[in-house]
Design a protein. Structure first.
Length: 364
């Protein structure tokens, strides 16, 4: 009897190893772009209960990678894996319904599969579920319920949910307002390199938002975020350097920060940089000697900001291109003297450029 049991166990182990080997062959074939062989061996492994193979096979049909795209097959195979607790397949089905990929968009189905994934402790599914509840997409809006799912997602290492949870503590949405908890979460996220959290900490310290106002710390957090290419932080850092908040004024560093932000798509930074080149502030213009600005560069910056829907940049761009525009009910005609220092300063005062500097402090 014992011998028979041993033989059965050995046979079972052998078969499991064989099935697992089918998955390995499928995976290696996929990496080598031998998709025909990958499909064959993933199917073998999936049919014998290797559900990560089902997910990979479903992915191939969903993306049309190496096989003809077939959403019906993708759903069928993903469903088999999801029914057997494969969180990636549950999440894939949910996204297909959420975005209407291959099927009519269906929030109810998306919610169902996000919920199934979340019940399996998948942080991504919990995050998407929380988003649907927070915004009332396909379900009744419920901040308290959303906060619970954001917490569950955060506990399962979804950093976006941690950020949202911190924001909810900050605003008192669905939870008791608690700035200390919000700050604690932001600090942990910032330490992990999550730049949005560093940006938000910069905002909080600059504004004294729930914590003691501290321009030095605000500058430090904006710099940390900017160094990791958070371009909203680069814009804010440039303003702090320019105005001397949290340290000495530094026109060179201000310029560098604005340029990085502008290159990264922050159109307010392009406009602000254009103002500095145009009006001759700091490094860009020697007011005493009346050195002429680089009008080509100024035009480029204003045009970029104008394309980004910055209205004042459009007005300034029109002025530089000899167009007549109304300012405060006054028609400002183009003149040759416009390019002289005094007239430029007059135009800048009319357009009130300093009010256009935006901190962009929006916890997100």
């Amino acid at each position: 009897m014992k011998t028979t049991i041993k033989i059965l166990i050995l046979t079972l182990c052998f078969n499991l190893n064989l099935f697992a080997n089918d998955f390995v062959i499928g995976y290696e074939s996929f990496q080598k772009k031998d998709y025909v062989k990958a499909e064959e061996y993933y199917k073998k492994a999936c049919d014998t209960g290797i559900f990560k193979a089902c997910y990979n096979l479903g992915y191939m049909y969903e993306q049309g990678q190496g096989v003809e795209q077939n959403f019906d097959k993708a759903i069928e195979i993903h469903s088999k894996a999801c029914d057997n607790a494969n969180i990636n397949s549950c999440y894939s089905i949910a996204l297909m319904y959420y975005y209407g990929k291959g099927f009519k968009q269906n929030d109810i189905k998306a919610y169902e599969f996000f919920h199934r994934g979340c019940s399996l402790e998948d942080g991504n599914s919990c995050n998407q579920l929380a988003n649907m509840i927070y915004y009332g997409k396909g379900v009744k809006q419920d901040y308290k319920n959303a906060s619970e799912y954001y917490k569950k997602a955060c506990d399962n290492n979804n950093l976006d949910s941690c950020l949202e949870l911190a924001n909810m503590y900050q605003k008192g949405e669905g939870v008791n307002q608690d700035y200390s908890k919000s700050t604690e979460i932001f600090l942990k996220l910032c330490d992990k390199g999550f730049t949005k959290a560093c940006h938000n900490l910069g905002f909080m310290y600059h504004q004294g938002y729930g914590i003691k106002q501290d321009y030095i710390k605000a500058r430090e957090f904006f710099k940390k975020a900017c160094d990791s290419n958070n371009f909203a932080s680069c814009l804010n850092l440039g303003i702090m350097y320019e105005l001397g908040l949290g340290g000495q004024k530094d026109s060179f560093k201000s310029k560098e920060s604005y340029e990085k932000a502008c290159d990264g798509g922050e159109v307010n930074a392009c406009y602000t940089l254009g103002l500095l080149y145009d009006s001759g502030i700091g490094l860009f213009y020697d007011l005493k000697n009346g050195i002429k600005q680089d009008d080509t560069k100024v035009k480029t910056l204003y045009k970029k900001a104008c394309d980004g829907k910055i209205e004042l940049a459009c007005k300034k761009y029109d002025l530089l291109n000899d167009k007549v525009i109304p300012i405060g009910g006054i028609q400002i005609p183009p003149t040759k003297s416009f390019y002289q220092i005094q007239n430029r300063a007059y135009i800048h005062r009319l357009l009130n450029p300093r009010k256009t500097l935006q901190w962009n402090f929006v916890p997100n």
